[in-house]
Design a protein around this ligand. Structure first.
Ligand SMILES: NC(=O)c1ccc[n+]([C@@H]2O[C@H](COP(=O)([O-])OP(=O)(O)OC[C@H]3O[C@@H](n4cnc5c(N)ncnc54)[C@H](OP(=O)(O)O)[C@@H]3O)[C@@H](O)[C@H]2O)c1
Length: 326
């Protein structure tokens, strides 16, 4: 319940005003640096011959896609399935879902291996599975860690400790176990590309996305830092922050009274194109798509804590992400 006690005291309001001024100064500095230093370098990049931008490639790409059975992951699987000299290790928690997905591909140019992997399992068992696949089908050159869950999938499941624990196990512990297992293997060979899927919800989100958005904020942060660490050992890390994409997850959210307009939901195929482009092109640390949602949600990180809390409360009450707590 909102009461007069919620009116912020003068000291806190002053601190928030100073934080906003600091954000303006930081933002203007970043704008100037990006426009005067990085933009000319990007123009120079356009003029360079393609050979200058390529790293020595292994003769065969071995692409591990976790979450390949549906949604965004399935669209990434479709893209690599058309590439010859490629082995895809397609993984998800259900081998049946993977078989259904693979059979819809017809006769792919790539070799596809279907493997069951439940990200709720222990980090040790996830590490063991990835090492076994690396020996059997590898060396793994690419990892797409796409799997993720929210509490929208079951209409009747109330939010609480169990739901939060599942979200942490799949979206954080399981995902990080897979990423670090592949990272260690790639580091030994000084070659690898890792794509980790966070979310724009990790930048800013309605308050009822509490556990899901917190898990995605972790992944956004983890991926960005791993990119810095990986750059000195030959591993390229790309973080993906999708906006609203039409998949099972958001179909369920929309059926649960989401007020987000239908036209805001973009195709998983478009999201996969942006991801594969980001991974293969180089020089891109964050793939956030569609641009309009990426720009809007990223900018919201510049809000001071008072306005940030207010915004999360208002979008929760407006049911932007539906009526469920996830
Ligand atoms: N759709 C959006 O608007 C949106 C926005 C921001 C971020 N994202 C993120 O994008 C990623 C893909 O989401 P999506 O929209 O494509 O969702 P989706 O259609 O529900 O697909 C989720 C994928 O995760 C797999 N998965 C679920 N639980 C798993 C587990 N325990 N172990 C291994 N795999 C598991 C599923 O495979 P099985 O069911 O076969 O196991 C499926 O392949 C997620 O990380 C999601 O958080 C989506």
């Amino acid at each position: 319940m909102v009461s007069l006690r919620n009116i912020p005291p003068i000291g806190y309001t002053t601190q928030n005003i100073l934080m906003s001024l600091g954000t303006v100064a930081t933002s203007v500095s970043a704008l100037l640096f990006t426009s005067t230093v990085l933009l000319p370098l990007s123009v120079l990049r356009m003029c360079l011959p393609a050979s200058y931008l390529c790293r020595p490639q292994p003769s065969r790409n071995v692409v591990l896609i976790i979450g390949a059975s549906r949604g965004i992951g399935f669209e990434v699987l479709k893209k690599y399935s058309t590439m010859p000299d490629t082995t895809i290790i397609a993984a998800s928690s259900s081998i049946k879902n993977l078989r259904d997905a693979a059979s819809s591909l017809g006769s792919p140019a790539a070799t596809i291996e279907l493997q069951q992997l439940d990200l709720k399992k222990t980090p040790t068992s996830i590490n063991k599975a990835i090492r076994e696949w690396d020996t059997a089908f590898g060396p793994i050159t690419h990892l797409y860690a796409i799997s993720g869950i929210s509490n929208h999938l079951d209409d009747n499941k109330p939010w609480g400790l169990d739901v939060t624990d599942d979200i942490i196990r799949v979206n954080i512990t399981g995902t990080v176990s897979a990423v670090l297992s592949a990272y260690e293997l790639m580091k030994e060979r000084s070659y690898g590309k890792i794509c980790i899927v966070g979310s724009v919800a990790g930048f800013s989100s309605p308050a009822n996305m509490i556990s899901y958005a917190s898990s995605k904020a972790f992944i956004n942060n983890f991926g960005t830092d791993l990119r810095c660490l990986g750059s000195s050992v030959g591993v390229d890390v790309v973080t993906v922050a999708p906006g609203f994409i039409r998949t099972r997850m958001t179909d369920k959210m929309r059926s649960q009274d989401s007020s987000a307009p239908g036209f805001e939901f973009e195709s998983p195929e478009g999201m996969a194109t942006a991801m594969v482009n980001g991974v293969e092109k180089g020089g891109i640390g964050l793939v956030s798509w569609p641009w309009r949602q990426a720009i809007a949600t990223y900018s919201l990180q510049g809000l001071n804590p008072l306005c940030d809390t207010l915004g999360r409360w208002v979008t929760y009450k407006a049911k932007m992400s539906g009526k469920k707590i996830t």
